[in-house]
Design a protein around this ligand. Sequence first.
Ligand code: ADP
Length: 406
Amino acid sequence: MPKTVSEVRLDSLLNTAVDGIILIDDAMRILVFNSACEQLFGYEAEEVIGENVSMLMPHEYAHEHDDYVNHYMETGERRIIGIGREVRGKHRDGTDFPIELSVGEALTPAGRQFVGIVRDLRPRKAVERRLNQLQAELVHLARVSAMDEMGSAVAHELNQPLTAVMLYLQAVTRRIAGLNGDGPQDPMITETIDKAKREAERAGNIIQRMRHFVEKREPDRRSVALHTLVDDTLELTSVGTNSEGIQTHVELPDDLAPIEADPVQIQQILVNLLRNAFEAVRGSTDPKVFIRARQMPETVMISIEDSGPGIPQEVHERLFKAFSTSKRTGMGLGLSISRSIAQNHGGDLSVDPGGNGKGATFQLTLPHNANKQSKQLYPGAGAIAGSQPMTPHPITVEDHDEGGRQ
Ligand code: ADP
């Protein structure tokens, strides 16, 4: 029998709806199952029509659903009808997923029927999860940055007492050196005071570097000697990092060409690589970190190798993406920022993940300026090594899957 106009209209309405629509009778048998439902639950309409609607619910909900319906039939009290509620649906493949279910009732000549409108909550849940995650990361970032501010404030506060200590020590030195002609000349005292002065000076230098490291500033490219930069960085890394018992070997050739770079930014990369390396070797029996450098025709390659466990495959795949970390307090920003700094300098940052008894080795390449002078003599000869690329390299942000951060 051909369909009536209103039947055709109803079919088209049902199958155009974005939400799933299910009609059941009072014995909970499915009467209508629209296209959106087919997509959601993975069944064709013909397969489910006449079946009990509980086949679309996880076991525990199916039970609850029976109770709802019986309770309503007996008492007329509405717990879901006209209200809508968040429940779970069961896909043909056995997996269950969050849905919003609103139920309406119709008293038809064929008896009482219920219509359920089903909305897939997975996209909304995924967005909510991502938002929560981002919010937690932001809160953490704010905490880290508050720590940095506290660090700079402490550095500022310490400057004055340190200068005072230096001045007192100088005064004592002058006194005992017999400037007034009557001071004692015990070498042990002079030596000890000299040691105290050196320590105070060292503390002053560390504080100055810390302040320089965290202060907000415009990028500044210049010719930088790597030896000094590495020494300064090691000193800086000793602040707030437990590197006790870790053997650090620095093997830099004496005649290394200077690099053309923003020293603070390169220091930022090295601090990050060294901190990660120190963290990776902590707890191993013979903890070692090697800092080496090799000069190539256009670049200098600085490598930082550690004797840690190496980087597991799943961490390695997302290593340079922002927010990928395996540490409880880590932001997972260090390596992605480090790589973009290196690339903005016309260099790069790569890694040999090691594993099987071998630690990780990070390789930082940066253009040196050994050839710069000769090239500048011939301005028509093309790009100068180390010149900045046209577009800045952005930080890569990891797209989180439904499971969220590992
Ligand atoms: P964070 O230090 O905040 O976690 P990073 O981007 O610096 O962020 O590092 C990301 C992750 O890479 C670390 O959490 C760690 O799992 C891994 N990683 C980095 N360096 C090493 C290393 N030398 N050995 C082993 N794993 C490392």
